[in-house]
Ligand binder design. Sequence first.
Ligand code: GLU
Length: 442
Amino acid sequence: MTTKVRFAPSPTGKLHVGNVRTALTNVLYARQTDGTFVLRIDDTDLERSTKENEDLIKTDLKWLGLNWDETFNQSDRFEKYDAAAAKLKETGLLYPAYETGDELDRKRKIQRAQGKPPVYDRAALNLTDEQKVAYEAEGRKPHWRFKLSGNPVSWTDLIRGETTIETSSLSDPILIREDGSYLYTLPSVVDDIEAGITAVVRGEDHVTNSGAQIEIFEALGGKAPLFAHSALLVGADGGKLSKRLGTLAIADLREEGIEPMAILSLLAKIGTSDPVDAHPSLDTLIEEFSFEKFGRAPARFDPEELARLNARVLHQLDYTAVKDRLVAMEADGGEAFWHAVAPNLESLADAKSWYQLIEGPVTPVIEEADYIAEAAAALPAGELTGESWGQWTNALKEQTGRKGKALFMPLRLALTGEQRGPDMSELLPLIGRDRVLERLKS
Ligand code: GLU
């Protein structure tokens, strides 16, 4: 059986780290098994879905390198959903209910007061045709509920293992709203059957839906796929992530200078038994992927860990991988430049300030003018190379008796105006003889 999986975002907002983790899990599983990864746009809610969000989601996924093999929109498929709904109505499994939101609220309040679970009482199943006609005459429109079996539904979840949902403890799910619009539940099953999805991989918040959806698969004559539900993300302190999800939008992380592979390296490993490490490409993540490594406990997402990983991912990048971006930032100082500054970067944007430091103008910090004058005179002759710094400081050491910080720091401060920075032996040839002398003599 060839794997076919799908990531199914609703284009009602931006892509955030929570849904990227789901997308990534799908991609890793599909690639490891030479399967197909489908991007399904769940846009049946025509009011809240926008083309703009859809485009942003696609931009973000491409930027992350999570490329899909096929894509389609649910909004192009209403006929299919109507046909499925008609089939369920015929068999009596999809029934109209006329309660208003307020009436349903009242029922739930009473149930709670009686110490009962707030499960829909199925009053609508007992409506006579006359009562229905009367409701419609009043101007009420029905919403449509799927009649659950009341039996336990079990499956062997690829992450959670044996999982059972007692459908007797659930309200019959609403599949079609009063205005005729579909909730994602039915369209999702229709699409999964038609696309031949072999495994539904998504967050744990959908476990209960899976109980109902397995019954809908069967009611529509399909075979339920495998399921994998991953534990949700929480913040570093174990608290809810959802409040901060706004700031964890992928677009924002990109703006902040976070590398795609930093995001993917972290999201692939948190909540699993593997260590979190900087991975230069998806290849090793694909190799190491296994549902068995996923734990049941919530996965901790720590923005500080992301920042550390980002630095490590950057340090591993080749010049060729960043050249275009450096050019766009007007900070392309060539391969030697990249080699010198990469170890000092927390984000690629930092390369700009190091570039300016080399090109100048810098404001030299000169505290000991005599020493700096002596240093200017001792600068090795000719073009500065990777050896020059060593030769220069050795000569100064002998001449002045200085060593350690007293020897180096005044030079760094005079040449860069900064106390810290890239390796001076690499910087020196990049700054070049003329600018070095100019800074020492300023
Ligand atoms: N559009 C649904 C969501 O984003 C899809 C859930 C699923 O993967 O089936 O929650």
